[in-house]
Ligand binder design. Structure first.
Ligand SMILES: *[C@@H]1O[C@H](CO)[C@@H](O)[C@H](O)[C@H]1NC(C)=O
Length: 285
């Protein structure tokens, strides 16, 4: 027997404060995201930067007929921003809050207040134990003088350790989220090597004739991109990932594509990031 599991992840950039403190067009973007998810055929959705639990309640309530199971990972003062929606039953959840996460006196950076975490939701997928992780690591504000680099590196190490030690009884393991780390960075290799994960974007079997370079943030074709950033990163950055580990059952990656890019019939994008989705074929017996 075999079946498909289709998963999507998106950093939603949804700070629920009035502009310019909060995120531009938040309500409209989240409404349209709900519409898109309602019409999609994703089985599992992980989101980051849903900073207000009210926004999460609205999203999960409006999508309950499609995704009956959902969970918001609580942390810090504002919530961790990470959550999961699923067609499959969430059997248990666990959250780990990173020990180092910016500085409390850096009030102009939201990171410390959010209490960055990795969240785990164990799903029952047709009798298989599937561990879905979602995370959002500390932002990189200045690559040349990165005050938070040790924080992000230690978060990468804790993430990998947490995943390694909590996933051992799972049949299938998927890690999603915004790492704020590029593929050439040390943190990327710490996560992939220690937790024994494959990067779905690099392992995708076919590019479907698309010339998409997989950049997920600060893209030149995104209406929220800071033009200043484009001087240094003309194509944007790849910092959002789907990584996976095949366990005891046979797992095959069928496709991995960027998605949730342009809102149909609108000039807006869903977020300042774009989504990433991966489809896996799972064979049992
Ligand atoms: C953002 O939206 C515009 C307008 O719909 C679209 O042309 C563009 O491709 C979108 N960009 C991304 C990165 O999704």
């Amino acid at each position: 027997m075999s079946f498909f599991v289709n998963l999507v992840t998106l950093n939603c950039w949804a700070i629920a404060q009035p502009w310019p403190f909060g995120s531009k067009d938040r309500k409209e973007r989240l409404k349209r995201l709900v519409d898109a998810l309602e019409e999609s055929d994703y089985d599992i959705v992980t989101l980051q930067e849903i900073w207000s639990e009210k926004d999460f309640d609205k999203i999960s309530t409006n999508l309950a007929h499609v995704y009956p199971y959902s969970h918001y990972f609580h942390s810090g003062f504002t919530g961790s921003g990470t959550c999961i929606l699923s067609k499959y039953m969430i059997v248990s959840t666990l959250v780990h809050r990173y020990s180092l996460n910016g500085f409390a006196h850096h009030i102009h950076r939201g990171d410390w207040f959010g209490g960055k975490v990795v969240g785990l939701a164990e799903l029952n997928v047709k009798g298989l134990r599937v561990a879905i992780y979602t995370t959002h690591l500390h932002a990189e504000y200045n690559r040349d003088n990165d005050l938070y680099l040790p924080h992000r590196i230690s978060q990468a190490f804790e993430l990998a350790q947490f995943l390694d030690h909590t996933s051992r009884s799972s049949d299938f393991v998927i890690l999603t989220g915004d790492f704020n780390i590029e593929p050439e960075d040390l943190g990327y290799h710490i996560i992939a090597k220690i937790a024994n994960l494959e990067d779905a974007w690099l392992k995708r079997p076919s590019t479907h004739g698309s010339n998409d370079n997989g950049m997920t943030c600060d893209r030149p074709d995104n209406c929220y991109t800071n033009k200043h950033q484009l001087k240094r990163w003309p194509e944007g950055k790849r910092i959002d990932y789907i990584m996976y580990q095949s366990g005891k059952k046979h797992i095959e990656l069928v496709e991995c594509l960027t998605c949730l890019d342009k809102i149909p019939g609108s000039k807006l994008n869903y977020s300042d990031h774009i989504g990433l989705h991966a489809k896996f074929k799972i064979s049992t017996g």
